[in-house]
Write a protein that binds this ligand. Structure first.
Ligand code: ADP
Length: 184
């Protein structure tokens, strides 16, 4: 499998695991959160528009993300595979991705859902200390996750792409399980 989506609540380990797996398979790790944070730091037009949403733990409007994903998946390094981390994050984004992949003659091979309890997620995020990791923002991100992103679990289950992974474990244990799935 070389075309993968990583799903899971904030703090589930999508970034860590996405990075490890991308190096292992030698494909790009595409994190919309990283792209947005870098745009905010550089104060690009995208960053300026996105900043308030990210700071408050809300999703940035779809129109800021969709073109960016299309452009990224069209680049040459993404033709042999990719790991999407943080996208799609709602049903509209998932529908967009599905038509985009049709248009590009690509298929998603699997969706890795990192299952982690709210308690562990909150603990991890508080100890990580990123700028959007304050207690209030974390609470909102979990609400946003439940309302807008968690429905994608059913969405991908229905098309038989979903693989559930217990993410309440040490990073090495999680990455070994993911590698085994991807190789199979
Ligand atoms: P986490 O996994 O901790 O939620 P991310 O780095 O994936 O962190 O995302 C950080 C923030 O970036 C989100 O809270 C949201 O504001 C914004 N963001 C990232 N990806 C998307 C997306 N696909 N659609 C809308 N907003 C996004």
């Amino acid at each position: 499998m070389t075309k993968l989506i990583f799903l899971g609540p904030p703090g589930a380990g999508k970034g860590t695991q996405g990075q490890v797996l991308a190096e292992f398979v030698n494909i790009p790790h595409i994190s919309t959160g990283d792209i947005l944070r870098s745009a905010i730091a550089k104060q690009t037009p995208l960053g300026i528009k996105a900043k308030n949403y990210v700071d408050n733990g809300n999703l940035v409007p779809d129109e800021l993300i969709l073109d960016l994903i299309e452009e990224r998946l069209t680049q040459s390094d993404a033709q042999k595979g990719w790991i999407l981390d943080g996208f799609p994050r709602n049903v509209a984004q998932a529908d967009f991705l599905s038509s985009l992949l049709d248009k590009l003659n690509q298929n998603c091979d699997g969706v890795i859902n990192l299952d982690v309890t709210d308690e562990i997620v909150t603990k991890r995020l508080l100890s990580r200390g990123r700028e959007d990791d304050s207690e209030l923002t974390i609470k909102n991100r979990l609400v946003v996750y439940r309302q807008q992103t968690a429905p994608l679990i059913d969405y991908y289950e229905q098309v038989k792409l979903l693989r559930n992974i217990n993410g309440n474990r040490k990073p090495l244990e999680v990455s070994q399980e993911i590698k085994a799935i991807v190789k199979s």
